[in-house]
Design a protein around this ligand. Structure first.
Ligand SMILES: NC(=O)c1ccc[n+]([C@@H]2O[C@H](COP(=O)([O-])OP(=O)(O)OC[C@H]3O[C@@H](n4cnc5c(N)ncnc54)[C@H](O)[C@@H]3O)[C@@H](O)[C@H]2O)c1
Length: 396
C-alpha cells in the first residue's frame, strides 16, 4: 500500500504529516511512502531526507493523491476551510484519508468528503484511552500550543518571569494564571514554572486540581460546582449561561492579580465560553498579556480578535491562530508519530484491516461508502441512525 503525503496548503501552515524519521517503521510494515516535493521543507525536513529513508518525491500534487491508497494530511478539508476544498476532487473512491477533519464543524463539508467515496479517519475522534495514547494528535498539538503560549507571553510581557535577587535589587516572579487545565493548560503550567513564574490554574473539572498541583501550580478553587463536569471521554461538559456568568464574577480577582492569563477552556464542538470580559481586561495592570488559545473558535476573552495581536486597555491580547504550526519541526515529529502509530494499527502485513470491532478504528472512522458513518458525529448533528444495510457494508 502507498501512503501519500501532500504538502499542506492552509495559508501559513508549516507542518507536514509524516517526517523522515517515521518512515522506517512504515516501510518495515510493507507501506511505501510518496511525498509531494517540498512538503517537509517549512518544518525543517528537506526532500533529500525523505529520499534517504526510502520515500519517493513527486512534483505534482494530484499525482500524490492519484498514486496513494492512503493520504496522510495535517489539515484536511474540514479543518482547512480556506484552501482545502481544492483537494476534494483529488480524493478517490475507496481511498483512505487520515488527518484533522473537524468532524463536529460543518456537516455539509463532511458530507462533501463522504460523497467522494473516501474512507476518512478523523484524528480528533481518537478515543482518550491508554491504548490510543500514541495516536492522540489532539494531545500532541495541545502540548505544543501550551508551550508556545507561554513563550509568546514572556516575549510580550515587559517583565521577566523568574524571581531574581541581584545587586540591583530583587525582582519578583511573574504571575501566570491559566484558565482551562487540559493538555494545553497543563503544558503551559510546566513551561511557565520552568521559566521561573508563579503559576496558578483553574478548571471546572475537579479532576484537574491534582494534575495542576502535581506540576507545582496552585489550583484556584471557585465556590461553584459544574453539573456533570466531565463526560466519559474526559472532556468538560458545556454549562448554562448562568454558570458562565458566575464563573466570570468569581474569576475577576485572579485575572486582575495576574501578569499573564492564558485561556484554554474549550468544549468539543461548542463555541468556547467567554470567561474574561472587557472589564476584567481593564482591571489588569498595564503591560499584562492574555494569550487566548481558544481564539480559533471565537476565544475565551471578550476582546480577542481571532488571528490578531491587539493592545486594549494597555493589555496585549494574543489571538493568534494555529499555534502548533509555529513550532513545525516538533509539531510534525509528534504528529507523524501519532499518524504512523495509527497506520500501523490499521495496516497489518501490508493489508488494510478495517476491523470495526476495534474501538480505535470504529471511533475515528468518519466517512465510508458515501456516508457519514460515525455514530458520535451523526448524533451530534441529529442525523438519523444509519440504515442496517450500510452498517453491514461498513462492518465487512
Ligand atoms: N489518553 C488519555 O487518557 C487522555 C489523553 C488526552 C487527554 N486526556 C484528558 O482529557 C481531558 C481533556 O483534555 P483536553 O486538553 O483535550 O481538553 P480540551 O482541549 O477539550 O479542553 C481544555 C480544558 O478546558 C476546560 N474547560 C472547559 N470549559 C471550561 C470552563 N467553563 N471553565 C474552566 N475550564 C473549562 C476543560 O475541562 C479542559 O480541561 C483532560 O482531563 C486530559 O487530561 C486524557
Amino acid at each position: 500500500m502507498i501512503v501519500g503525503v501532500p504538502r499542506e496548503s492552509f495559508p501559513g501552515e508549516r507542518r507536514v504529516a509524516l517526517v523522515p524519521g517515521a518512515l522506517p517503521n512504515l516501510t518495515k510494515a510493507g507501506l511505501e511512502v510518496v511525498v509531494e516535493a517540498g512538503a517537509g521543507a517549512e518544518a525543517g525536513y528537506p526532500d533529500a531526507d525523505y529520499v534517504a529513508k526510502g520515500a519517493k518525491i513527486v512534483a505534482a500534487r494530484d499525482e500524490v493523491f492519484r498514486s496513494a491508497d492512503i493520504v496522510a494530511q495535517v489539515l484536511c478539508y474540514g479543518s482547512n476551510d480556506i484552501t482545502g476544498k481544492a483537494d476534494v476532487p483529488l480524493y478517490g473512491s475507496g481511498q483512505l484519508l487520515v488527518g484533522f477533519l473537524r468532524p463536529l464543524g460543518s456537516i455539509e463539508t463532511i458530507q462533501e468528503i463522504a460523497s467522494r467515496g473516501v474512507v476518512s479517519f478523523s484524528v480528533e475522534l481518537m478515543p482518550r484511552t491508554t491504548r490510543a495514547q500514541s495516536m492522540d494528535a489532539l494531545s500532541s498539538m495541545a502540548t505544543i500550543c501550551g508551550y508556545k503560549a507561554v513563550l509568546l507571553a514572556a516575549d510580550r510581557l515587559p517583565r521577566i518571569f523568574p524571581m531574581l535577587t541581584t545587586a540591583a535589587g530583587t525582582i519578583t516572579p511573574a504571575r501566570v494564571f491559566i484558565i482551562g487545565a487540559g493538555v494545553a493548560g497543563l503544558q503551559a503550567i510546566s513551561t511557565a514554572r520552568r521559566l521561573g513564574a508563579v503559576a496558578s490554574a483553574y478548571d471546572l473539572r475537579p479532576a484537574a486540581k491534582e494534575q495542576v498541583q502535581s506540576l507545582g501550580g496552585r489550583f484556584v478553587e471557585l465556590p461553584i460546582e459544574a453539573k456533570d463536569a466531565q463526560d466519559s471521554r474526559g472532556y468538560a461538559r458545556a454549562q448554562d449561561e448562568n454558570f458562565y456568568k458566575r464563573q466570570r464574577e468569581l474569576l475577576g480577582k485572579a485575572v486582575a492579580d495576574s501578569d499573564v492569563v492564558i485561556t484554554a477552556a474549550v468544549i468539543p464542538g461548542k463555541k468556547p465560553p467567554v470567561l474574561v470580559t472587557k472589564e476584567m481586561v481593564a482591571s489588569m495592570a498595564p503591560g499584562s498579556v492574555i494569550v487566548d488559545l481558544a481564539s480559533e473558535r471565537g476565544g475565551n476573552c471578550e476582546l480577542t480578535k481571532p488571528g490578531e495581536i491587539t493592545v486594549q486597555h494597555g493589555v496585549t491580547i494574543i489571538g493568534s491562530l494555529n499555534f502548533a504550526s509555529s513550532v513545525p519541526y516538533h509539531a510534525s515529529q509528534m504528529y507523524a508519530r501519532n499518524i504512523s502509530a495509527f497506520l500501523l494499527h490499521l495496516v497489518k502485513d501490508g493489508k488494510l484491516q478495517l476491523n470495526l470491532e476495534d474501538e480505535i478504528i470504529r471511533e475515528t472512522l468518519l466517512t465510508k461508502d458515501g456516508e457519514v458513518c460515525n455514530a458520535r458525529v451523526r448524533e451530534f448533528f441529529s442525523l438519523p441512525a444509519l440504515p442496517a444495510a450500510v452498517k453491514e457494508v461498513a462492518k465487512s
